[in-house]
Design a protein around this ligand. Structure first.
Ligand SMILES: Cc1cc2nc3c(=O)[nH]c(=O)nc-3n(C[C@H](O)[C@H](O)[C@H](O)COP(=O)(O)O)c2cc1C
Length: 345
């Protein structure tokens, strides 16, 4: 009997597959279907910090329109009252925008908790310390089993050094962790000046898991119109290798659980991530491209492979090919493969 259960962030998952945060995890019916196909947990669509800030600015700029009338009146009253400063009015609007965004989100968590039995991980997409405690506590109260912080900072500021970027991560983790007792995980990109050390240090901040890695949105160029366009939204089935390498380098060395993210489209890639040391595997693009049957396909493939290797549980092969356990650990760090390159004409 094959056992696919795993422990992730202190949560017991019936399978190692987690639906990563996306538009598909914003809907109860979709999540029910995923549960039927064997998904172990879901990460809800993120609440975006930038979205709330944009919403706030839009509300302030657009002081008309039927829908906004009541709100506009309140806003104007506040600004007009001599005792109020603009900043206070801005705060009022900002709270209004937050409440609107949060209200829908909390309702989704509550509905899911009474509909499905898999763990529900909420997701906050943040680029600064902002006031995430406001969200985090309410999310916990609504019944979420965990919170995933999706922090993706592109270190593109010409005057900002690595430690200044890293400080933002620590500030966000501290602000959120202070407010909640449910487990908190961190989903990261890979733009760190010293990736291994940064990840190990972050893993020791009290977070329960790291998701390696988020997939950055990448712009593209249209060479006919000279416009900037959107690159591929979905990952491809070869993209798993980048994550696999870093999981293999870091597993057994970090202070929290690890989830693989990006590029898992096939059961073979899922197996490789467990061999590299993953406690769980997040999948997103494959659900868009192949539908929810992909969940059952990946799990079935894993079971067949495990049977053929006489493995009965994930712990039988988790980390078997990480850098601590392989015979030639240097192979995981190789970036130039002269032998191979020189053979290709
Ligand atoms: C359409 C779409 C929407 C996404 N929305 C979010 C989001 O709201 N929050 C987030 O953390 N990641 C989001 N992601 C990123 C995915 O959660 C995932 O990290 C990424 O797609 C890489 O995994 P994959 O290769 O399995 O797709 C989104 C991805 C896609 C394709």
């Amino acid at each position: 009997m094959i056992d696919l259960t795993t422990n992730y962030m202190g949560l017991k998952l019936k399978s190692p597959l987690i639906a990563s945060s996306s538009g598909l995890t914003n809907d109860v019916n979709h999540i029910k279907l995923m549960e039927e196909k064997g998904i172990g947990a879901v990460v809800l669509k993120s609440i975006f910090e930038e979205q709330i800030l944009m919403e706030t600015d839009k509300m302030i700029q657009k002081n008309e329109g039927e829908k906004m009338q009541t709100f506009s009146n309140s806003f104007n009253n506040i600004v007009n009252e001599k005792s109020y400063h603009y900043e206070e009015a801005y705060e009022y609007v900002s709270n209004f925008a937050k409440e609107q965004t949060l209200g829908k989100y909390l309702a989704l968590i509550k509905e899911l908790k009474s509909t499905v039995s898999i763990p529900i991980i909420s997701s906050i997409n943040c680029v600064s310390a902002y006031n995430w405690h406001y969200f985090a506590r309410r999310i916990e109260e609504a019944g979420a089993d965990a919170i995933e912080l999706n922090i993706y900072l592109l270190p593109s500021q010409l005057n900002m050094d690595g430690p200044s970027y890293e400080k933002i991560y620590y500030d966000i983790i501290e602000a959120v962790k202070k407010q909640v007792s449910i487990p908190v995980s961190l989903k990261l990109g890979f733009y760190f000046s010293g990736l291994s050390k940064s990840i190990i240090d972050l893993s020791n901040t009290g977070i329960k898991a790291l998701v390696l890695f988020n997939r950055p949105y990448t712009p593209d160029f249209d060479i006919d119109t000279f416009e900037i366009t959107a690159g591929n939204i979905y990952s491809s089935e070869n993209d798993y290798a980048h994550t696999m390498r870093w999981l293999a380098i870091l597993s057994g060395r970090v202070g929290c659980d690890l989830a693989a993210g990006t590029g898992v489209h096939e059961y073979t890639a899922a197996i490789k991530q467990i061999l590299a040391g993953a406690d769980a595997i997040q999948i997103g693009s494959v659900l868009y491209e192949k539908g929810y049957d992909a969940i059952a396909d990946i799990l079935d493939g894993m079971k067949i492979w495990m049977t053929s290797k006489n493995f009965t549980s994930l712990s039988d092969f988790r980390g078997k090919m990480n850098q601590i356990n392989v015979k030639n650990p240097a192979a995981l760090e190789r970036v130039q493969f002269m032998k191979l390159y020189s053979k290709i004409e």
